[in-house]
Design a protein around this ligand. Structure first.
Ligand code: NAP
Length: 249
């Protein structure tokens, strides 16, 4: 059986950490990237290794091209040919209206969420596409329900960055459809993770869960299950798809 190798950006906490753990259970050698929190990243790596899996962590800022290149080169060297990329790292900032936002904030959001995902996708395609001598693979982009709700009064910039991720998914899927690579996205709704603290409201999920038809927030593992399905051969005829994981929202 050929070896499966996965990169999960932002895999040290939240949804990314659950994707990494499920990926390892599914037989992937996993590389997680993180920004600052080495302790959290090491804990995920240790957990995977303890259960017999292969894992490594790379500190790499998705807003910095050189960091992304270094991450991919490290994986080439230490884990072998890439077969799966999960573009999961994403940021949001303090809740505010568009008329309060400055350009620096918009640039931070767009650089990490959009440019970072594009660059990772580029590096993955360069390695996995049969056009470039690769053996194929799969990409899953972690978008958000915000791409269609717009994030009014909270973070329209973040929502717009996820709209760009949806378009990346649709366009890239068509570009590489005959090159052995499937490209899909999951669009989580409100999920219990620490990202909401970055917006200044750690308890946001409990405030908004009444708007969710299922009347509850989601767990990171419920998003990770969808990601692993999209990466797997069970989704062999699925590409360019945006899969909502939102409790019906
Ligand atoms: P989270 O709990 O805040 O975790 C973020 C992860 O990304 C951490 O591992 C963090 O590393 C890493 N990270 C942040 N900035 C980075 C950068 N510039 N470069 C590399 N890694 C970086 O987030 P989450 O809620 O799991 O979100 C994961 C994805 O799901 C994001 O794309 C988010 O937009 C999307 N999403 C989340 C929700 C939700 O309700 N939670 C809903 C829809 C979509 P450190 O540990 O070093 O900080």
């Amino acid at each position: 059986m050929s070896k499966k190798v996965m990169i999960v950006t932002g895999g040290s906490r939240g949804i990314g950490a659950e994707i990494a753990k499920l990926g390892a259970i599914d037989g992937y050698a996993v590389c997680i990237s993180y920004l600052h929190n080495k302790t959290a990243a090491d804990a995920i790596v240790d957990l995977i290794r303890l259960t017999g899996g292969t894992a490594m962590a790379v500190a790499a800022d998705m807003a910095v091209e050189a960091d992304i290149l270094r991450m991919f080169e490290t994986v080439d060297r230490e884990l072998g040919p890439l077969t799966a990329l999960v573009n999961n790292a994403g940021i949001l900032e303090q809740q505010m209206r568009v008329d309060q936002m400055d350009a620096a904030r918009m640039q931070r959001i767009f650089t990490t969420n959009i440019v970072g995902s594009f660059l990772c996708a580029r590096e993955a395609v360069r390695r996995m596409s049969t056009l470039h001598g690769g053996a194929g693979g799969a990409i899953v982009n972690v978008s958000s329900v915000a791409a269609r709700t717009g994030g009014p009064g909270e973070y329209v910039d973040y929502a717009a960055s996820k709209g760009a991720i949806d378009t990346l998914t649709i366009g890239l899927a068509k570009e590489v459809a005959t090159e052995g690579i499937r490209v899909n996205a999951v669009r989580p709704g409100v999920i219990y993770t620490e990202i909401h603290a970055s917006g200044g409201e750690p308890g946001r999920v409990d405030r908004v869960k009444g708007n969710v038809p299922m009347q509850r927030g989601g767990e990171a593992n419920e998003v990770a299950q969808a990601v692993l399905w999209l990466l797997s051969d069970k989704a062999s005829y699925t590409t360019g798809t945006l899969l909502d994981v939102t409790g019906g929202r």
